[in-house]
Design a protein. Sequence first.
Length: 145
Amino acid sequence: MRTILTAVMLSAALLLGGCGEEQWLDHRGEQLSRADMQDRWEVVNYWAEWCAPCLHELPEFNRLAERPDVLVLGVNYDGVSGAALLELSERMNIAFSVMGEDFERSLQLERPQVLPTTYIFNPQGELQHSLPGPQTEQGLLALLE
């Protein structure tokens, strides 16, 4: 059933992509568009299941994602997608949206050489920081001020 649902969601995303505004689906099938990203800080975190520092910082990003002025987005470094990404994200208790490779390409992000790596975009959509290594909620909040 999940496979069929995933296929339907991906088809819908492709159809919506032709409507003019770039749109993506996260690991739960929730839609995200450029409009959702406006006027908010965007924190994009690359992580992997095998990366111990990534696992340690996930609760920090979960707390940061509770803030209405911050949009936290994850990108799985290993390219896990579909039902496998949903299962992995649920097992790891990830509360923020995890995006696919199409999202990574559209933001023109470099594939990081170090994990974890976090990118911070200001509310105007401009890249402000590229942060290799583990982050804390407090450290990230200091950069958002």
